[in-house]
Design a protein around this ligand. Structure first.
Ligand code: HEC
Length: 202
């Protein structure tokens, strides 16, 4: 066997055993327990719900170390996605759209009726807390250095805008104020767009 071939075989065996090739999400599962990122975000969201923002920030800093931007952001997608997002509310499919990103866009377009807001209030409070949790992780994960238009200070500013909008969203959902909820949804949606224009689609 030539040396070239043999090293190829060794490489192949290493790859099969997974040596040195743990993906980040596998590492995050190891670091964050079986539930991985979803569970970690759930814990942060629960701290936010209790009003413990400082505790939530500490957890978010840990989670930020063990995750990538795309896995954090992915949790905004529909729960029915083959790799499920967080969804809206405790019960899958009970509220539509059952994903934070789509729900936010819908709420930004049209205010909820008082009746729907009454029925969805608890789920929307949870959605707001989940948004705060995801934002705290985003905030704890700015780019290490500026890269052309991708500036660290903008990342932080847009994350802070999203944090504020998410907190206003939760407050409006708790108070069952449809007009305020719509305003907060518009503001949150804009902050997503500003960051995406530069960091996601550039
Ligand atoms: C501070 C910057 C920033 C903000 C604010 C932000 N995002 Fe993102 N988002 C990103 C980046 C960067 C990516 C691309 C990640 C990658 O592919 O590496 C992304 C990707 C995504 C994706 C695709 C994830 C996937 O791979 O499946 C979704 C969905 C998403 N964002 C939703 C949102 C929503 C909803 C908001 C607002 C509530 C938001 N984002 C706010 C930076 C941001």
């Amino acid at each position: 066997m030539s040396l070239h071939l043999r090293s190829g075989v060794i490489l192949g065996v290493c790859a099969a055993l997974g040596i040195g090739s743990l993906t980040l999400s596998e590492r995050s599962v190891l670091a964050q327990g079986k539930g991985g990122l979803t569970e970690a975000i759930g814990k942060i969201s629960a701290a936010v719900d209790k009003g413990d923002l400082e505790g939530a920030k500490k957890l978010a800093a840990e989670t930020a170390k063990n995750s990538e931007w795309d896995e954090v952001m992915h949790l905004f997608v529909l729960r029915s996605h083959k790799k499920p997002g967080l969804g809206v509310g405790d019960k899958a499919g009970a509220i539509t759209p059952d994903g934070i990103e789509k729900k936010l866009m819908k709420l930004a377009e049209n205010p909820l009726s008082d009746k729907d807001l009454g029925a969805e209030s608890a789920a929307l409070v949870k959605m707001g807390n989940d948004m705060v949790a995801l934002t705290l992780v985003t905030l704890a994960k700015p780019p290490e250095k500026d890269d052309g238009k991708k500036k660290k200070k903008d990342w932080v500013a847009w994350s802070e805008e999203m944090l504020k909008a998410s907190q206003e969203f939760t407050a409006a959902a708790k108070a069952k104020k449809a007009a305020d909820l719509q305003k907060a949804a518009v503001k949150a949606d804009k902050s997503c767009g500003k960051c995406h224009d530069v960091f996601r689609f550039e």
